[in-house]
Design a protein around this ligand. Structure first.
Ligand code: NAD
Length: 411
């Protein structure tokens, strides 16, 4: 049984706080969420039945700027997980040094059970419940598991009914509707930029590296595609239904086409089946969990053979697995750095919306590259100086920035 998400993030926080000699009062201040909102989302289904879901918006800390964080629509969403994810956003926005705090939202619903019309009604109903606590200067949602650009467009539209036109109230919107070129690929692209940097620090080329990716949604598919563009060999990919394996490397664009047609990676022509458990234990150089949390835990950590674990997903590694990886000398690039490309380009989208000025995709990519490389450099240096893991180093950077902002701003 893996540790709860909230417990996991608290453990990682305390490991860094210990090294910083943070006082108990300061720890309590930084760990306590500023606001927890739990709402009923009641909608009429296509068959006339009333369905009731539970939605959350957890606002963790806004010392460094407006709150920022994704919205997850998934049947396993619960209070504990959303709180953990909100705290991760606080440290993440600080690690990449963009002017935001941290929040997260979600609805406990299985989107596979919903028709497009039902999904739209769920989304709009949720906005009806939370619109007063979100907004361009308050709290800006974005996509996460189970949500996409279309869902963000509905959010912007529903928000506008209460507060007037203001596309900066949500990011990850369609490019045709005030979205940013390059937002959709941003998290996956950031993952690969950082993988390239981490390997380079260890004298390893990304070209020819064997990679396994768990999850082939927004993050996993874009990461796999960019990895392949840079010469990485994507040998295995899994999703919620199963997985595919090809020791010569999967053709990622063709696999994306197969997923568009069939909704899953399984039965991709020219591949062998692989389970999620087998993929996590595969003989590869780089393992990229890009799906749900807690997949690497005390029960399977010993089986991991990859030398580099890149946390594209949030909270994929629990503390028991983290300890095993550290002992075995496996490099773990932590979520609060590894998947920060998404929130970084969300920031660019917000800036563009506020200035009513559109950037070219090339500019988005260049700025993303710069911010990710700078953040990596800082975390790598701290890890070397203090002789700590990359995770602890990232927390030291994040907590340091949030802590200083809190003290300077005052209570
Ligand atoms: P998504 O909904 O687009 O895709 C999720 C993928 O994971 C799908 O392929 C799905 O089949 C697979 N999956 C779900 N349950 C699984 C299971 N039990 N085993 C194996 N695979 C499973 O979601 P996403 O936006 O790509 O997000 C993936 C992860 O990345 C999440 O942890 C999310 O918090 C994190 N993340 C996303 C973003 C973003 O910009 N979308 C940014 C930062 C972090």
């Amino acid at each position: 049984m893996s540790t709860s998400s909230y417990e996991t993030t608290r453990r990682y926080f305390h490991e860094a706080a210990e090294l910083m000699d943070l006082t108990p009062n300061m720890r309590r201040l930084l760990l306590t969420p500023e606001r927890e909102l739990k709402v009923q989302v009641a909608v009429e289904r296509d068959n006339g039945e009333i369905a009731t879901y539970i939605g959350y918006r957890m606002q963790h800390n806004k010392s460094r700027g407006p709150l920022k964080g994704g919205l997850r629509f998934h049947h396993e969403v619960n209070e504990d997980e959303v709180l953990a994810l909100a705290a991760l956003m606080t440290w993440k926005t600080a690690v990449v040094n963009i002017p935001y705090g941290g929040a997260k939202g979600g609805i406990s619903v299985d989107v596979r059970d919903l028709t497009p019309g039902e999904l739209e009604r769920v989304t709009r109903r949720f906005v009806d419940e939370i619109h007063d606590v979100i907004g361009p200067d308050k709290d800006i949602p974005a996509p996460d598991m189970g949500t996409n650009a279309q869902v963000m467009a509905w959010i912007a539209n529903q928000y506008q009914k209460f507060h007037g036109f203001n596309p900066a109230c949500v990011t990850g919107k369609p490019v045709e509707l005030h979205g940013a070129a390059g937002r959709e690929e941003a998290t996956g692209r950031g993952v690969v930029i950082l993988t390239r940097e981490l390997l380079a620090r260890n004298g390893v080329e990304l070209e020819g590296a064997r990679v396994a990716v768990q999850g082939f949604g927004n993050v996993g598919s874009h990461a796999a595609r960019y990895l392949q563009e840079l010469g990485g060999v994507v040998v295995g990919v899994t999703d919620a239904y199963g997985g595919v394996w090809n020791p010569e490397g999967l053709d990622v664009p063709a696999l994306s086409g197969h997923v568009s047609d069939t909704g899953k990676v399984v039965d991709f022509p020219g591949s062998d089946p692989v389970t999620n458990e087998e993929l996590l234990a595969a003989d590869v150089d780089v393992l990229i969990p890009a799906a749900i949390g807690g997949v690497l835990n005390g029960e399977n950590a010993d089986d991991v053979r990859a030398k580099y674990v890149i946390e594209a997903a949030n909270n994929p590694t629990d503390p028991a697995a983290d300890a095993v990886f550290e002992k075995k000398g496996i490099f773990v690039l932590p979520d609060i750095l590894a998947n920060a490309g998404g929130v970084t380009v969300s920031y660019f989208e917000w800036v563009q919306n506020r200035q009513h000025f559109k950037w070219e995709q090339a500019r988005v990519r260049d700025e993303l590259e710069r911010i990710m490389v700078d953040a990596f450099e800082r975390v790598w240096q701290i890890a070397k100086e203090k002789r700590v893991s990359l995770r602890t180093a990232a927390y030291l950077v994040g907590i340091g920035r949030v802590g200083r902002a809190t003290v300077m701003g005052g209570i």
